[in-house]
Design a protein around this ligand. Structure first.
Ligand code: FDM
Ligand code: MG
Length: 181
């Protein structure tokens, strides 16, 4: 991913990552309120963005209404980020901070957990905006599953989430802030 051109008036791209049911959505909204109280212009985003045409195809796949080849769905998740890239860039340029629930790392972690080649998974993400901060909510797959609330979507299974956790471990580097739950 290309690095962003930093200027004083640019918003920050903050990404939260983690397993399903790790608590990302609540942490995103807490962070949103906190930054708003400090007077920042902030928006809460999420990927997949199910509202676009591509997003609807993803949603239908996740809710088991359609079947797709693993590579094809991987590329759709990536396309869903690409279709939002220019809007993200203009928001950041106009000094709006974006808190994003899942980004490229989810794309790579979930698809490589299925056995797809890691470099192949990373390739379509090249050129998307690089986050300024990645926060990883670290919860064990067992604990996440025990929290309940798996909604029957395709990846919401303990055995698969264990593989995703290992993929995230591979992707995690020193720049990530890890929050342990
Ligand atoms: N997911 C999400 C992917 O497999 N690839 C991606 O690029 C993204 C952004 O989609 F299981 C998976 C992760 C999760 C599912 O995400 C739906 P939400 O956050 O539960 O809506
Ligand atoms: Mg989910």
């Amino acid at each position: 991913m290309e690095s962003n051109n930093k200027s004083d008036s640019r918003g920050a791209l903050i990404v939260l990552e983690g397993l399903d049911r790790c608590g990302k959505t609540s942490q995103c909204s807490r962070l949103l309120s906190y930054l708003e109280e400090l007077g920042h212009s902030v928006e809460s985003w999420r990927f997949p963005d199910r509202n676009t045409g591509v997003g609807q195809m993803i949603s239908s796949y996740l809710t088991q209404k359609s079947q797709l080849d693993d590579h094809a769905i991987h590329l759709l998740f990536s396309a869903n980020r690409w279709e939002k890239r220019s809007l993200m860039e203009s928001k950041l340029r106009s000094n709006t901070t974006l808190i994003v629930d899942r980004y490229s790392f989810s794309g790579v972690a979930f698809s490589s957990a299925k056995g797809l080649d890691l470099d192949w998974c990373k390739a379509p993400e090249a050129g998307l905006l690089a986050p300024d901060l990645v926060v990883y909510l670290d919860i064990s797959p067992e604990k996440a599953a025990e929290r309940g609330g798996y909604g029957g979507e395709r990846y919401e299974q303990l055995e698969f989430q264990k593989k995703v956790a290992l993929s995230y471990q591979m992707l995690c580097d020193d720049t990530w802030k890890v929050m342990i739950f």
